[in-house]
Design a protein around this ligand. Sequence first.
Ligand SMILES: C[S@@+](CC[C@H](N)C(=O)[O-])C[C@H]1O[C@@H](n2cnc3c(N)ncnc32)[C@H](O)[C@@H]1O
Length: 367
Amino acid sequence: MLPEPEPEALAASSALLQRVREALAASGNWIGFARYMELALYEPGLGYYAGGAAKLGAPGDFATAPELGTLYARTLARQVAELLEPGEAILEFGAGSGALAEALIAELSPERYLILETSAELRARQEARLGARARWLERLPERFRGVMLASEVADAMPVHAVAWRAGGVYERGVAEVDGKLGWAERPAAGELLAAARALEVPLPYESEIGLVARAWMKLLAARLERGALLVIDYGFPRREYYHPQRSMGTLMCHYRHRAHGDPFFHPGLQDITAHVDFSALARAAVEGGLEVLGYASQAQFLVNCGITELLEQENPDDPKRYLPAASAAQKLLLPSEMGELFKVLAAGRGVQAPLLGFASGDRRHAL
Ligand SMILES: C[S@@+](CC[C@H](N)C(=O)[O-])C[C@H]1O[C@@H](n2cnc3c(N)ncnc32)[C@H](O)[C@@H]1O
C-alpha cells in the first residue's frame, strides 16, 4: 500500500485531474500518454515538477546523485574542467534543488553558470540557494560555447507509449471510463509510427519512445557552437532497451521512495519517468551535427575521472565527513545501485577525444 497523501496535496491532485478531464473532453476522451505525462509533471502550479511537493531528497520521493553529497559533483567537475575553455560557460538543464550547481561552482568558479529550468517552483528554490552565483535562462541560447549538463533530466521528459500487436502498432494513451483514468489505445501514426516501425520487437510488446528527448537533444546539438554536452541518466542502448524480455517497457512512478507502475495514482503528486534510450539520443546528437565523444556506465566514468582518489583524500578519522562520502561512493559506483544502470553520454563539437571520463571502458560501439 502506498501512503495516503495529505488533504492539501489531494486537493491539488483533484485540480490537476480536472485539467486532464478538460484535455480529454477537448479531444474525444483520449489523449496520448506523452500529453498526460506532460500535464502530470509540468502543468503550471499543479504538475509534479511544477507544484509544491518536496520531490528530491529524504522528505521527497527519490534521491538523485547530486543529493548524495558533493563527491559526485567534485568528480564530474574534473571532466567539465577538461572540456571548458577560458571565457566559456556551464549550462545546466533541470538543476533540481541546485545541489550540483552549488558544488560545481565551488569547485570550478566558472565565469558563468547558467541554468535552464522548466519548473518555476524548482527555479525559485534554486534562486534562493544560489543567488548571484548562477543566472537563469528563459530559453535555450541561439548559440552556446562551453559545457551543457543534464543529470537525470532526459528521464523526466514526456514519453510516447507504444504497443506492438499482431494487428499493428498502437499509441497507448489515456481515457476516462466510469470516472477513472485508464489506458486506451489508438492506431499509431506519423513520426511515432515511423519510430516504432524502426524498432525490432517481438509481438506482443509494449514500451516507450522518447520523441521529446530526441527533439531536445537535436536542438541542443544544433545550438552548441563549441564544447560538449553530457547526459547522465538511467537507461540503455537500443538493443537492451527494446530487449525481448523488457516487453512491458520502462515506465516507473515514484512516490515517497516507493517505486510502482501506476501512472494514474494521484496525478501531480508522484514522479513518472521512463528509462533513456541512449542510442536514440546519440543519433539525435549526430543529426544535430555533433560527434559522439564517449558512452560509459556511471561507475566507469566516475572511476576514470578519479572518484577513488577524491575519496582517499577524505580523512577516515573524521567520520562525520568520511562516512557520508564513502556511502555516496558506494551508491554511485555499485552495479546493484547506480553504477551500472546509470550511463554517461558525451557529444560535442570542436573537442578532442578521448575525454578523461571515457579513457577506459568506453562503450560507444554498443550505441
Ligand atoms: C529528476 S529531476 C532531476 C534534478 C537534478 N538534475 C538532480 O539530479 O537532482 C528532473 C529535472 O529536470 C527538469 N526538466 C525537465 N524537462 C526539462 C527541460 N526540457 N529543460 C530543462 N529542465 C527540464 C525538471 O523540472 C526537474 O528539475
